[in-house]
Design a protein around this ligand. Structure first.
Ligand SMILES: Cc1cc2nc3c(=O)[nH]c(=O)nc-3n(C[C@H](O)[C@H](O)[C@H](O)COP(=O)(O)OP(=O)(O)OC[C@H]3O[C@@H](n4cnc5c(N)ncnc54)[C@H](O)[C@@H]3O)c2cc1C
Length: 422
């Protein structure tokens, strides 16, 4: 028999399932606007998560949360750009974020630290956060989602909480999305990753010191992310089919392919592996619906694209920030809910498609860097106002601004609602 938990309110404006970057950003910014928000996460933070390299688009929602100074103060490694061994002839080349827009740097970070920082900030801003709270199912009234049932670790029973809107930010668990929306897999990006960590590695020289290194080999590519002065995350990505056909264990494949790198092999020559291997596979998809009656998706629960350009956390937090502005209006004007969420979904999926299209085309390594630059220009700057190399950096920084992701206004929402009413 579901029960109300003693001492925990059970009526909120918004319930957010998942306290990762998408959920914590959405919850924190909603609480900052004075809304009553409940966040439920099945883990106790800090908890491990893959995804340690960030891009400049991430800085904007973190500024809104008032967190960038804290990240600098904690010594998060600043990431000024990237170094690539990629494209025809495998000639190394670099890019700097400063060339592409408003932010000169993003960060590399242990996700346990980053995610905990954002979730703590949501709490500080007034969100009610319950950890070790696993959402089991949605409460439905007819077709509308009106709340959730959840269990708390160590306590018997199932508890209920209700809200005007439920946000599914549960990442690849897709707690609500799994029941309410099918996914479409991106067949061209059916990949697998195997990764681990090394101590005492040699760093890239000079200005490249804190760059992410992306190095292609015949059947895949490696990331090398300098998390701090001593420690580096190294991962290998290849097609799932290629990994299966090789008949090798993924860690053997990792070591064999590492031997085919040039820059990375040199960096790791005197390093020692300091953690076991972890793996993930087949992760690129988008949900066929981003919202419905009383519910909406954000972050990986809505869509996820291959990590080639480290876009996951930026997309999740940027979408969270946009969603906050939409929900703020929906709570004040409930009659615009459907149209407002539709506008969010359109902006989000357009932006996502832009990144996905570019990632898919970038995987073609028969080209020269100038080709990738021109491709970026064609996509985000057809009038050729900027240098192609600058367009490339803008695009992979997540800052193209071509889509209304950054700029949805109340006037837009009201116009949509009245158009729909006519
Ligand atoms: C191999 C690989 C490498 C990657 N590298 C990068 C990178 O370098 N940079 C980058 O930006 N991104 C990277 N990503 C992607 C990035 O990890 C995700 O995009 C990001 O974590 C999405 O954030 P989120 O908040 O949507 O989901 P998550 O961070 O997954 O958070 C979801 C939360 O929901 C909680 N949850 C799940 N089920 C329930 C439930 N039933 N009840 C309550 N809570 C629940 C989980 O505990 C979790 O805390 C990578 C991904 C992969 C697979």
């Amino acid at each position: 028999m579901p029960s109300t938990l003693y001492g925990v309110p059970d009526e909120f404006d918004v319930i957010v399932i998942g306290g990762g970057p998408a959920g914590a950003t959405t919850a924190g910014l909603l609480a900052q606007r004075g809304h009553r928000v409940l966040v439920l996460d099945r883990e106790r933070f800090p908890r491990y998560h893959v995804g340690e390299s960030l891009i400049p688009a991430f800085m904007r929602p973190m500024q809104e949360l008032g967190l960038t100074e804290r990240m600098d103060a904690r010594g998060f490694e600043r990431k000024y750009g990237g170094s690539l061994v990629w494209g025809n002839n495998q000639i190394p080349w670099n890019f700097s974020f400063i060339k592409g827009g408003a932010y000169a740097y993003a960060y590399h970070t242990r996700r346990a630290d980053l995610d905990c920082l954002i979730l703590d900030r949501a709490r500080e801003l007034g969100a009610y956060v319950l950890e070790e709270a696993t959402v089991k199912e949605a409460i439905m009234v007819g077709e509308r989602v009106t709340g959730v049932r959840y269990s708390l670790r160590g306590l018997d029973g199932v508890h209920e909480a209700r809200a005007k809107l439920v946000v599914d930010a549960s990442g690849q668990a897709r707690v609500l999305a799994r029941k309410l929306a099918d996914v479409e897999w991106h067949e061209d990006l059916r990949n697998v990753a195997v990764w681990t960590y090394f101590d005492n590695c040699e760093r890239l020289p000079g200005d490249e010191y804190t760059n992410i290194l992306i190095e292609g080999v015949d059947e895949g590519w490696f990331w090398a992310i300098p998390i701090d002065k001593n420690n580096i995350s190294v991962g290998y990505v290849t097609r799932s089919a290629t990994a299966s056909e090789s008949g090798e264990a993924l860690n053997e494949l990792f070591h064999r392919e590492l031997g085919n790198t040039t820059k990375l092999k040199k960096m790791l020559a005197g390093a020692s592996q300091c953690a076991g291997f972890r793996t993930a596979r087949d992760w690129s998809y988008h949900s066929k619906k981003f919202h419905g009656d009383g519910w909406v998706l954000v972050g990986d629960s809505a869509a996820f694209v291959d990590p080639l350009f480290s876009t996951g956390v930026a997309l999740a937090t940027l979408a969270g920030s946009t969603l906050t502005r939409i929900i703020d209006q929906v709570i004040q004007h409930p009659e615009i809910e459907s149209q407002a969420l539709k506008r969010y979904a359109t902006a989000y999926s357009d932006f996502f498609d832009e990144i996905r299209t570019f990632v898919e085309r970038f995987y073609d390594r028969t080209k020269y860097k100038e080709f990738y630059f021109s491709l970026a220009q064609e996509m985000i700057d057809p009038e050729r106002k900027n240098e192609p190399s600058a367009d490339f950096v803008t695009l992979i920084s997540g800052l193209s601004g071509k889509h209304p992701m950054f700029n949805i206004t109340l006037d837009d929402l009201i116009a949509d609602a009245s158009a729909a009413a006519e």
